[in-house]
Design a protein around this ligand. Structure first.
Ligand code: NAP
Length: 248
């Protein structure tokens, strides 16, 4: 495993699920971690307050994300890796039944939230010079349509295109960008999927079967794959990437 001691990562959506697992594993691997979500993340394993900065931030709030970036730079001196992970799945069900306010909120979190994080990090890299890695957590739903997930598919497809555009815009800088489909991970979001009726989400049985077979990835496994992608990548890894399943 590569040595990532002393690298600094920002993780949004780190109060539970994948983001919380990333924060915990990154601390174990010796990184400094700036973790945020609407509920302030409490990350086990932060032996030293110096290595964890934790705050309540709603990623839809432009000023709050920019201020968190500034706080992370003030605390750690620099940011090497920014992971836009915060996201939600609802509204679930046919678009004809979706509530427009809920649909708009979804786009605000899953697309505008990624815009906010990406902008803050790119501006930091432009100001300090040098290398940095932006990982935007996407989904297989960006690349394949799922009935019942129109908001989620649309938003994650937008994250893919946004990531590719940023990569082009920042090609003359030290930034590397990936939109990462992280696999199927054992989190609350998967629990929400399994609770759907077939009318809401016709492919629900596939996700029930995967859980029964114990086929979901752990957050620790995904964390290690993301650190490899960030700091020891296979040459010419494309902007749009897919992580393997832990128990494929
Ligand atoms: P999760 O268990 O539901 O956790 C979502 C996280 O996002 C929470 O920490 C939540 O914290 C935060 N969040 C939600 N809205 C926010 C907002 N407005 N501002 C700041 N933080 C917010 O979901 P997950 O499964 O860990 O998913 C993490 C990411 O992976 C998402 O982008 C998801 O689309 C993606 N993904 C997951 C899977 C999977 O199998 N789980 C597969 C593919 C992609 P608060 O509620 O405290 O704000």
């Amino acid at each position: 495993m590569i040595d990532v001691t002393g690298k600094v990562a920002v993780i949004t959506g780190a109060s539970r699920g994948l983001g919380a697992g990333l924060a915990e594993r990154f601390l174990e691997r010796g990184l400094g971690v700036a973790a945020c979500a609407r509920s302030r993340p409490e990350v086990p394993g932060a032996r030293s307050a110096d290595r964890l900065l934790s705050a309540s931030v709603d990623v839809t709030d432009t000023a709050a994300v920019a201020a968190f970036c500034d706080d992370a730079i003030a605390h750690f001196g620099r940011i090497d890796l920014w992971i836009n992970n915060a996201g939600l799945l609802a509204p679930i069900g046919p678009l004809r039944d979706n509530d427009p306010t809920e649909f708009a909120r979804h786009i605000e979190v899953n697309v505008l939230g990624v815009f906010h994080g990406s902008q803050s990090f790119v501006r930091h890299l432009r100001a300090r010079g040098g290398d940095g890695v932006l990982l935007n957590i996407s989904s297989g739903a960006a690349r394949n349509a799922y009935a019942g997930w129109s908001a989620y598919c649309a938003a994650k497809a937008a994250v893919d295109r946004m990531s590719e555009s940023i990569a082009l815009e920042e090609a003359d800088s030290g930034l590397r960008v990936h939109a990462v489909a992280p696999g199927i991970i054992d989190t609350d979001m998967q629990g929400l999927i399994r609770q759907c009726s077939p009318e809401q989400f016709p492919r629900v049985q596939k996700f029930l079967d995967l859980k029964d077979r114990g086929a979901l990835s752990s957050t620790g496994f995904v964390a290690d794959r993301l650190l490899e992608l960030a700091f020891d990548p296979v040459p010419d890894t494309p902007v749009l990437t897919i992580l393997p399943l832990e128990r494929a």
